[in-house]
Structures are given as C-alpha cells and as structure tokens.
Design a binder for this molecule. Structure first.
Ligand code: GAL
Length: 469
C-alpha cells in the first residue's frame, strides 16, 4: 500500500523536549523568556527541563528503535548552536550534541529530518526586533548555511521554518505564544513575510552552495486544517472557504508553489478591509522585492502539518483591524466529529485525505511529506489509549487511500509526537506522545502507550510487506 521508501517517522521540537535551557553555553530563546514570565503558560510550566532530551538522548533513541521508525524529525535550538543568533559565536557543545544525535540515528538506520526553526528565536535577536525586522532574513540565512555546512553531509531533509502562520498569529496577533505581542492586523503579516524571505534565502543558499554535493532537500512546514463549506450549495460559504484556505495554506504555499506572491484573494480581502477602516500607510500585506532571491520554486517538497478540520461560512470578522476581520469567516466544528483531549482538535482523519488531494490539485502535484499529525490526551492518564489507536489506524488508512486512489505523491508520515512534551501555552497538561513521560519522576521515564505499540505494528506490517516483495 505504501511506496518502498516511504518515510515512517515521528517528530519533536527542541524547546518541547530538550530542557538544558542554560546547559553548556546555550543562551535563552524567546520561549525561555516567555515561559518564565508569570501567567503566560498553563500553571507557569516551562521547558527548563522538559523531557531532558539534552541529557537523555539515548533514551529517545531507544523509543525510536522500539517504534521501528525509518525517520525522525527533530529541530535544532538556534540559541544552543549560536547563542547570540549569529555565526560570530558558535557554541561547540551545542554542535557536539546535535552531531551525536544525528550520528546515533544514522548508526541505527534512522534518517534525520531537521527543522531549523521551531518557534524558538534566540532572545538576543528578539532584543534587536526579531522577526518583525527585515534584517532577520539574512541572519537566518547565515544560521541555515552554518547548519548545512556543519550537518548537511548527514542530514538530507531540511525544514527551514515550522508553521510560520502559528508563529505569526499566536506570537504577534493574539500574543498566546512567544514573544507574546498583540498587534492585530499588522505584525503577523510582516512576520510571515520575513519568514518567507528568510526561507527563500536559505533555500537558494542550499541550492547554489550545497545541493550538488549534499544532494538533500529543503522545504518549509505549513500547517493547515482541512476546510469545507458549511453548505456546499451556498455560494457565500464556498467563497468563504476559498478565502479561509488562502489565509491559511495559501498564505505560505502560494508564494512558493504558484506565483511567487500571496494569493490574490488574500491581498484583495486585506486591502479592501484597510480601505474600509481608513487605514493609511504601506499595505499591511507586504510585497516581495524583485532584488531578493525569488520565492517561487523555493521548496523541494510540500511539508504539511495536519491536525483537524472545520466547516466554514462567511462572516465573523470583528470589525476591528485583525486577521479575523480581514478573512471574515466563521469556522465551525461539526457536531458529529469526535473531540480529542483539547477542545480545538476535532478528530477528522478523512480531512487529511481531502487536504492531500487539494494540495495535489492546487500546487501542481508536489511530493508531499506529512510532517506532523497526532492526537492529544488530557486529564486522567490512559496508557491504554484506545481512541488514539483508532485515530492512527484510520488516519494512516486515509493516507493510503490518498496514495492509491487519488494518486497523491505522499512520501512520508511523521506522527506528532515521539514523546509527551511541553505543549507550548498548555504546558504539560496536553499529551501528544507515543511514549508517556512521567514528569513527576526525576528520571523522566518514558513508557510506550498502547498507541505507540499500534503505530509500531503498522510500521512493521508495511515495512515487512515491502521487504518480502
Ligand atoms: C504544532 C506544533 C507542534 C505541536 C503540535 C501539537 O502546531 O508544530 O510543536 O505543539 O502543534 O499541538
């Protein structure tokens, strides 16, 4: 059912698992600052220790082996490698740590996929304006080049930025994530723009300086819910859905895969809202400069994170300047959908198949990696997490159908997450792991959930079937 070289993976991110926030020369990131600021995170949890993967990487490796993964997606902590954010000062202990992680994965036949930026900007760069400043893009490019140079002989799959829309919206529009700014309707567009510029610069650097020798691939991970109209026969609902898709998936995918610019529906919605509000000044959605490395074509594959689905209808804009007013849609959870451990996560495996087909049809049949997908638990601990077992079975079946029946070129699937970890503003209250982590135990023992066993079985079955052919 799956291609021979299909990537069976699980994913994590540095701040969510590593801990060691000040170990061996690592400097603070914006998430260290944010989580230490009282009242920002559930019960003031933070990632100071997290799963302590900085010290316990062998245990993570055992989990990876137990699942039988072919691939493991991790992220680098920028502030662990370059404490001030720039290559003027390299933290060699940080380099050693990631060298060890990568070498040990490869020694066990597991290929690393590395994300360069998963929400944790070095605080030193935030102090200079962070992602809102145009100058961040060449600084990111230097960091990326440093990583390609140092690790690219062994890492063949790279993601520059994880979920720019989450960073932009939650970090700068609602302030629920670091750096906790609330500048609705302006900053998020600027931040998203600078992330795309940074990504494009890094992709071009890879392309010209490293690709011929290293032969790897570089992309950016876009998150998107599957969206469909409340009433497919209602024109307004259909138009609202198209607009919503443009503001989520299209915001980052359109520039890279279609036109080198933002979707026209998005720009016109923002411009007309600016006009209505009497907004003066430069357009809130910036334009790409022709003098910079082109964004069109700057992705070697399509990386998508999928968690849930929504039904969409028109309206819902609040009348003040905000992304919500610009997009002007209302998203609804269908009452028939099961809700996982968190209220935002309706469990809709079929939405993934539809999203994959939509990506194929809209973005010219790219090779696709599902770089995150998972099911959250909250509340009383369930090691026999039957619902999550069903979720993984159903979801992977939908991926198989997308490949076989819809002929979507899906190259890999990464479960979120290998381990229970620091779930951003929810702290440790929400658990996405295939392995349970006992955060009350100083040894942070990892124990496989039933769903971890289920995923291991699925992988074994498919890898095994291929081996026999
Ligand atoms: C994604 C994010 C992950 C993880 C996941 C579960 O948005 O990239 O770091 O937290 O959501 O909510």
């Amino acid at each position: 059912m799956f291609p021979r070289d299909f990537a069976w993976g699980a994913a994590t991110a540095a701040y969510q698992i590593e801990g060691g926030w000040q170990a061996d020369g690592k400097a603070a990131s914006i998430w260290d600052t944010f989580s230490h600021d009282k009242g920002r995170v559930f019960q003031d949890h933070n990632g100071d220790v997290a799963c302590n993967s900085y010290m316990l990487r062998e245990q993570d490796l055992e989990c990876i082996q137990q699942l039988g993964l072919t691939h493991y997606r991790l992220s680098f902590s920028w502030a662990r490698l370059l404490p001030h954010g720039t290559t003027q000062h390299v933290n060699h202990k940080g380099v050693e740590y990631y060298n060890n992680v990568i070498d040990e994965l490869l020694a066990n036949n597991v290929s690393p996929m590395v994300t360069l930026y998963h929400f944790d900007l070095p605080q030193a760069l935030q102090d200079q304006g962070g992602w809102k400043c145009a100058g961040i893009a060449p600084i990111f490019d230097n960091y990326a080049k440093f990583c390609f140079q140092t690790f690219g002989d062994r890492v063949k799959l790279w993601l520059t930025v994880n979920e720019p829309s989450v960073c932009a919206k939650l970090g700068y529009e609602s302030g629920k994530h670091a750096p906790g700014l609330e500048e609705p309707g302006t900053a998020a567009y600027l931040v998203g723009h600078n992330m795309l510029r940074a990504h494009a610069m890094a992709w071009h650097s890879y392309n010209t300086l490293f690709r011929s020798e290293q032969k790897g691939k570089v992309s950016l991970a876009i998150n998107s819910d599957w969206l469909e109209p409340v009433d497919p026969h209602c024109e307004d609902d259909v138009a609202a859905t198209e607009r919503d898709l443009a503001f989520t998936l299209g915001w980052f995918a359109w520039p890279m895969f279609v036109s080198g610019d933002y979707p026209e529906i998005m720009r016109s919605a923002i411009d007309s809202q600016s006009e209505k509000m009497g907004y003066v000044g430069s357009p809130r959605l910036p334009t790409f400069s022709k003098d910079e490395p082109g964004i069109l074509g700057s992705a070697d594959f399509f990386a998508v994170n999928y968690y849930t689905s929504r039904k969409v209808k028109a309206g819902g804009g609040a009348g003040q300047m905000s992304m919500k007013s610009d997009c002007d849609v209302e998203e609804i959870i269908d009452p028939s959908w099961l809700i996982s451990g968190v209220s935002w996560q309706a469990v809709v495996p079929g939405g993934l198949r539809k999203l994959l087909k939509y990506i194929k049809d809209t973005f010219n049949s790219p090779a696709i990696y599902i770089t995150e997908n998972g099911f959250s638990q909250m509340g009383p601990l369930q090691m026999e997490d039957v619902q999550r077992c069903v979720f993984y079975k159903d979801t992977i079946l939908e991926v198989a159908k997308a490949i076989q029946e819809d002929e979507v070129d899906v190259r890999g699937y990464f479960a979120w997450s290998l381990l229970d970890n620091f779930e951003w503003a929810e702290g440790y209250s929400v658990r996405f792991g295939l392995f349970h982590v006992d955060f009350c135990d100083p040894e942070l023992r990892r124990t496989i959930y039933k769903s971890g066993q289920e995923y291991a079985e699925i992988i074994k079955k498919h890898r095994g079937a291929l081996d026999k052919k």
